[in-house]
Design a binder for this molecule. Structure first.
Ligand code: MV4
Length: 510
């Protein structure tokens, strides 16, 4: 036996402490590895796909998550009874609860995720800042833990307004507010503390300089138990609404090789600063001058992981399981250059014409796109009923192309093929977005959807005629070049997606 075999732990059966598309995704990775799976389900999920696809399924309670998917004891009990030797938490629910990871380990069950201590340090956003700072990772200028209010005020003057007040226990945009002058600060601190105490049971807040007009770019990291930590490049997540991501892509149109190397190295250091093991994500803010700042680490598999899979060829869920088994992870080097371009549209049961209001009911017709470069991760089927108990994401449509224009064209044609009837959904939003010059030009920012995007007009884009024309021309030209080079099979003059662009261009520039 060599040393790596000695350190391996056997995993023969995995319980998936989640539901929907991510539970299905994890089941598929386990099947690939020859591992049996156990689903858990609430009353609302008896007929869900993850229950059908798993080898076994255990009922864990009524529909509200607090009475089922969030009850650690029920899930551990289900694992014990079914003889599962590992638990995969997916994303959301119990995936970033230190106590759950610890409770699982205390039962002698493998938690397919990071050590509880890494979840705890990164879960407190202020301790995360301090930890990564010690390893030389750039953070936004801000206050230090334990400061009195007069020190916080002095620090704010030093940093310069505007600043952000953030809850240490917050994250993902929760418990965050902007403060624009010294006069507002005392009230803002008091209010933020009260809210944080109410929402998280921890009133600790801190300040950061407000980075204006920033992009949200995150790095995928993988770390095994043998001291190997790598990054797998970035994901651009700037297309979001109220902190809900809607479109993600990899690489980022904003990225260059040198910036990728520097941000990637910092991401590896950030993971190492907390002794990270398994898959994780380092979130950065990047300003227009390409200064980057560590924001948070997500200590779980993320919704948007498929775009990284498509440009690296690495199955992240399989790597998670291999790592949890104690093996050396498959890839040994950080990503230097991504292969091609991947883009993900989150398909939600939400009405884009009515303020993204969630829609419930039965899916009567479902036509799922497919074809070269098209992947759909979904937990629904025709006849499935969407309930109000869980988030509204029903599928992820992920498209890959040789380059960004091809990924966009494939996404447009896949969105056209997607037919969902019976519930309102946001496919029209994505179609509109992919018609926007701003998006096509890759000029993404986190305010675009909320402040400048509209479903009902063609005025999404500021009139910067030449830039718009250049963006669209470049996209069509790149595609045409591939056609001429014979690299694209089956596209011709009547290609409807090109057609729509041209007719739209004519409308705007008539
Ligand atoms: C910021 C910021 C500007 N300056 N921090 C939002 C999610 C959470 N991870 C932190 N967030 C932000 N932190 C400083 N110092 C702006 C945001 C922000 C944001 C970040 C990424 C994506 C969308 C966003 C929308 C609003 C605010």
């Amino acid at each position: 036996m060599n040393s790596s075999e000695q350190s391996q732990t056997s995993i023969k059966k995995v319980l998936i402490a989640n539901r929907g598309e991510i539970a299905v995704r994890i089941i598929r990775a386990c099947r690939d590895l020859g591992i049996k799976t156990v689903a858990v389900y609430s009353d609302a999920d008896r007929a869900s796909l993850h229950v059908r696809y798993a080898d076994e399924a255990v009922h864990i309670g009524p529909p509200p998550p607090r009475e089922s998917y969030l009850v650690g004891e029920k899930i551990i009990e289900a694992a014990r009874k079914s003889g599962a030797d590992a638990i995969h938490p997916g994303y959301g629910f119990l995936s970033e609860r230190e106590w759950f990871a610890q409770a699982v380990a205390d039962e002698g069950i493998i938690f397919i995720g990071p050590p509880p201590s890494a979840i705890a340090t990164m879960g407190d956003k202020q301790s995360a800042r301090e930890a990564v700072k010690k390893y030389g990772v750039p953070v936004v200028p801000g206050t230090e833990p334990g400061m009195r209010d007069d020190e916080i005020l002095a620090a704010a003057q030093e940093i310069g307004f505007p600043v952000m007040v953030k809850a240490a226990a917050g994250g993902g945009g929760k418990g965050m507010r902007g403060v624009y002058s010294a006069e507002e600060l005392p009230d803002a601190l008091a209010m933020a503390r009260r809210e944080a105490e109410g929402a998280f049971g921890d009133g600790t807040v801190y300040l950061e300089k407000m980075i204006i007009g920033a992009r949200h770019i995150e790095f995928q990291v993988l770390a095994d138990m043998h001291g190997n930590t790598i990054h797998l490049g970035e994901r651009e997540c700037s297309i979001q609404r109220r902190h809900q991501k809607l479109v993600e892509e990899s690489p980022s149109p904003f990225m260059d090789s040198d910036l990728r190397r520097r941000m990637g190295e910092a991401a590896v250091l950030a993971a190492q600063s907390v002794g990270y093991v398994n898959a994780g994500t380092i979130e950065y803010l990047v300003d227009k001058d390409k200064n980057f700042y560590f924001m948070e680490m997500n200590t779980r598999l993320q919704v948007e992981h498929p775009v990284t899979e498509l440009v690296t060829g690495i199955d992240l869920v399989k790597e998670q399981v291999r790592i949890a088994r104690g093996r050396r992870m498959g890839p040994t080097e950080s990503l230097t250059e991504p292969k091609g371009w991947a883009m993900e549209c989150r398909i939600n049961a939400e009405d884009p014409y009515n303020n993204f209001l969630p829609s419930v009911g039965q899916i009567t017709t479902l036509n799922v796109p497919s074809g070269p470069g098209v992947r759909v991760d979904s937990g629904v089927y025709a006849g499935y009923s969407i309930t109000p108990y869980y988030d509204s994401m029903i599928a992820k449509l992920i498209c890959w192309g040789d380059d960004r224009p091809e990924a966009i064209l494939r996404m447009r044609s896949a969105l056209e093929e997607f037919t969902i009837m019976g519930v309102k959904h946001n496919v029209p939003f994505h179609q509109n977005l992919l018609n926007s010059f701003t998006f096509i030009a890759g000029r993404l920012d986190t305010k675009f959807v909320e402040e400048r995007f509209s479903m009902t007009t063609y005025e999404n884009d500021p009139d910067e005629g030449e830039l718009e024309t250049a963006a669209i021309a470049a996209t069509l030209y790149a595609h045409r070049q591939r056609q001429l080079a014979g690299q694209v099979v089956g596209r011709n003059e009547r290609d409807t997606s090109n057609w729509k662009w041209l007719s739209r261009w004519e409308r705007v520039h008539r």
